[in-house]
Structures are given as C-alpha cells and as structure tokens.
Design a protein around this ligand. Structure first.
Ligand SMILES: [Cu+2]
Length: 249
C-alpha cells in the first residue's frame, strides 16, 4: 500500500507543486505577521518530523568545496617577461585567460582543471595581481601574486634606495646568503622592517638595518632561505611608497 501511495504521489508531484500539499498556491496566512505584544508559538515549538512523510527532506550533504586558492610558481620573474610559470587552482577550462597586472600572459595552456602553464608578459619592476578568468566569467585572483625583479649584477650588492617619492627599486632579486643595502636618500628618517607590521616576523633578516637617518645606510642580515620577503616603513606602515620586496632564490 505504501508503495502504491508513493507511485501516486510521484505522479502528482510531477504535475503539481508537490505531494501532500495543495495544488493551489497558498494565500498568505492572516496571522503570519505577529504584531507587537503577541506570543509566537512556532518559535518555541518547532514542527517535529513527520514519520509518515514518504519524501522526507534529504540529509544535508557536505558543503560545496571552495575554489582552490591560486598558486603561481615561480612567484617571481624578469621584467622583460618570458618566464614560464605553472598556475594551480580549480575550474580551469579551455579558453581560460590569465592576466599579470594589466597585461595578458602568453602561451596559456590548460593542462587540466587545476593546472595552467603560461609565459609571463613584461612589466615594470615591482609586483602585480594575477587574475585567471575561466569561460563564463568566473575569476580567481591572487593579489600581489607575482614579483618582477631582475638579478643584481655580479659582484654588486642589491640596494634599495629610499627616495622622497618612495623606494627604488620596489623589488630586488638576490642569491641565498646575500644581504641587501638600504640607503635613505629622503629628508626624514625611515625604519624599514619585515612584514607583517608590527611584529616583523616573516623575515627577521630584514630587520637588521634599523632606523636610517637622512643620508644614512645599513645592511640587512643575510637572507639564507629562498622566499619572498616584504618590507615596510615601521613609522608609516600602510604607505605603499615605502614597501619593497626582497626575492631570495
Ligand atoms: Cu612595522
């Protein structure tokens, strides 16, 4: 009998809004909007499950997976462009485009739904956002995800000069084991320290130069571990003019 009811209900379900419900749209209940001072019984006594309901609501499934975070490897390259990179994420499909800042990547190849290979376009020294757009318009972005920096000349010390208009260059590329010279050519003191402000814990090697008075210079500690270190002016920590990156390879 229950089987027959299920079949009949399925037929009704296909033709109407549901089974066990009126086929006519219900009109708003005149008591659905409680007025101030009335007692709302429903809030205190939730409707119990109906043991005879042939179509109980399905149990909640696992939450939809969040899009995988973009990763660009390597995360740095030459300002001239032409650096082959592998981008990992999710939802990639043929027709996906990749932007490095304002310029499109070249030779974009979708290897699979989670992997893209591409060549970087050229850019000014510094860092840019990487944005991947899949057919249909969904985008994944990695703010500041790629750093453009060229190797320091052999036998030279990578130097970041604090100019009145900001740090120059914005990014330097050094070999593991090297130090960076910080020069203050501004008219006021600056104190460049490792991110994040205020704890400066990402790259303690960057904290060695300390406060630089106008005309002063000092060396950081030696950066031993390949990674990218951000620095900022501890006395003006949100000002992008005093932010730089040191890429250790
Ligand atoms: Cu700081």
């Amino acid at each position: 009998m229950r089987y027959l009811v299920a079949i009949v209900c399925a037929a009704i379900l296909a033709a109407t809004a549901g089974c066990g419900q009126s086929a006519y749209p219900s009109s708003p209940s005149p008591v659905s909007a409680p007025t101030a001072g009335t007692f709302d019984y429903d809030d205190d006594y939730p409707t119990p499950p109906d043991p005879y309901d042939p179509y109980p609501p399905p149990p909640p499934g696992p939450p939809a997976p969040a899009p995988a975070a973009l990763v660009v490897a390597p995360a740095y390259g030459a300002t001239a462009g032409g650096t082959p990179v592998t981008i990992t994420g999710s939802g990639f499909a043929p027709g996906t485009t990749v932007m490095f800042g304002a310029a499109p990547a070249t030779a974009v190849a979708v290897v699979d739904a989670a992997t893209i290979t591409a060549m970087t376009p050229g850019s000014a020294n510094g860092w840019i956002d990487v944005v991947v757009t899949v057919p249909g318009g969904a985008t994944l972005s990695l703010p500041g995800g790629f750093t453009y920096a060229d190797p320091t000349a052999p036998d030279a010390t990578a130097t970041i000069t604090i100019m009145p208009t900001g740090n120059s260059p914005k990014a330097v590329l050094i070999a593991a084991g090297s130090r960076v010279r910080l020069v203050n050519s501004d008219a006021r003191p600056h104190d460049l320290e490792s991110d994040p402000h205020p704890v400066h814990s990402d790259c303690p090697e960057a904290n060695g130069a300390g406060l630089l008075t106008p005309g002063g210079s000092a060396m950081t500690g030696a950066f031993m571990t390949p990674r990218t270190c951000g620095i900022h002016d501890h006395n003006d920590p949100d000002n992008p003019a005093w932010m730089s990156r040191i890429v250790i390879r």
